[in-house]
Design a protein around this ligand. Structure first.
Ligand code: NCD
Length: 297
């Protein structure tokens, strides 16, 4: 795979995307075989925005491959607090590490970083832009539990306007032959370029028809007006009662963190796969790190 950076799901053609999922599955099956694969390499996690799963699963992935990790998770402790530009920070990090995983509140930040970086950049979320490695683990989890991606009907529920995970997921689902359906909270519809390829459904319709319900959090931090957030934050709530109206084989995913959009009574049901989904972040990110670092060896 000749991949230099991963800042958008469009950086991966269909073959590369499937190859990464296959490689993640192989790594999950046999972790011992790869524990020295990145021996001597240094991965930097540069997180300008809060994160639990993404940063820690990238760091766990790096450690499991034998790499070392440096980084920061609070930009207030870095020179960006002194006014350093993103570009200057990235130029420097390339002198310290072999790859930079970055998260930033501004859409397009990962592409700005890529333009000046001497080492591979992985976009771990750029504001409301994209989150391509989340998409890989979403697809990985769907394929694992449903056996395939082609033909799957996937209901996307919640904040589809600001949710960067769905912005990467929708194009990937379409390319894999799946059928995304939009169940947006009012005013939080998909951006125009994605909406054109996603039919709209109510939550009840999606529950009855879909193989996967992909639930997302209303992205409080992206609202300029707190009142607008308050008005929509509780619009959807997935609970055990709703799940009685889904196909018996349907599964529920969520990139997490959840707030109130999935009730706790769903957690014990066989359909609830969101914690397993989060766990898949490690093998999937192992495959991403290995593939990017091998091409720069
Ligand atoms: C998502 C994100 O940061 O975009 N979280 C994650 O990476 N698992 C979703 C969210 O914050 O709602």
């Amino acid at each position: 795979m000749n991949l230099r950076h991963l800042t958008s799901i469009h950086d991966l053609d269909d073959r590369a995307l499937v190859a990464l999922l296959d490689r993640a599955a192989a790594m999950e099956r046999n972790q011992e075989a790869v524990e020295e694969l990145l021996d001597g390499r240094i991965v930097c996690t540069a997180f300008f925005e809060p994160s639990t799963r993404t940063r820690l699963s990238f760091e766990a992935a790096a450690h499991r491959l034998g790499a070392r990790v440096i980084g920061f998770s609070d930009p207030a402790t870095t020179s960006s607090a002194k006014g350093e530009t993103l570009e200057d920070t990235i130029r420097m990090l390339g002198g310290y590490a072999d790859l930079v995983v970055m998260r930033h509140p501004v859409k397009g930040a990962a592409n700005r970083a890529k333009a000046v970086s001497s080492v591979p950049i992985v976009n771990a979320g750029d504001g409301p832009g994209e989150h391509p490695t989340q998409t890989l683990l979403d697809l990985y989890t769907m394929r694992k539990h449903k056996g395939k991606l082609a033909g799957l009907k996937v209901g996307l529920v919640g904040d589809l306007k600001h949710g960067r995970t769905v912005h990467s997921l929708v194009p990937a689902l379409l390319r894999m032959g799946a059928k995304p359906v939009s169940v947006a909270a009012p005013g939080l519809e998909l951006p125009k370029e994605l909406a054109a390829s996603c039919p709209v459904a109510s939550l009840d319709e999606a529950a009855a028809e879909c193989d996967v319900l992909y639930v997302t959090r209303v992205q409080k931090e992206r609202f300029e007006d707190a009142k607008e957030y308050e008005a929509v934050k509780d619009h959807f709530r997935i609970d055990a009662d709703l799940l009685r109206r889904t196909k018996s084989s349907a599964i529920v995913l969520h990139p997490l963190p959840r707030v109130d959009e999935i009730a706790a009574d769903v957690d014990a049901l066989p359909a609830a796969k969101y914690f397993d989904q989060a766990r898949s972040g490690v093998p999937v990110r192992m495959a991403v790190l290995a593939s990017l670092l091998e091409t720069t060896q």
